[in-house]
Design a protein around this ligand. Structure first.
Ligand SMILES: [Zn+2]
Length: 56
């Protein structure tokens, strides 16, 4: 797992960025889950415009 610091990415304290499994981009946004899914989180990739789940 890489931890690259992109200087163009603002660090607003929201460190919930997940890596997109499709394009490996970290230009993603965490979405609120629709149900009580405690072991996974929903994310949305702005790079390939696809939602994906991240299991934790
Ligand atoms: Zn993507």
């Amino acid at each position: 797992m890489r931890r690259l610091t992109d200087p163009s990415v603002e660090t607003t304290g929201n460190d919930e960025r997940a890596e997109c499994p499709y394009c490996e981009s970290t230009n993603t946004e965490r979405e609120h889950p629709k149900g009580p899914s405690l072991c996974r989180s929903m994310h949305y990739c702005h790079n390939c415009n696809q939602p994906f789940e991240k299991f934790e």
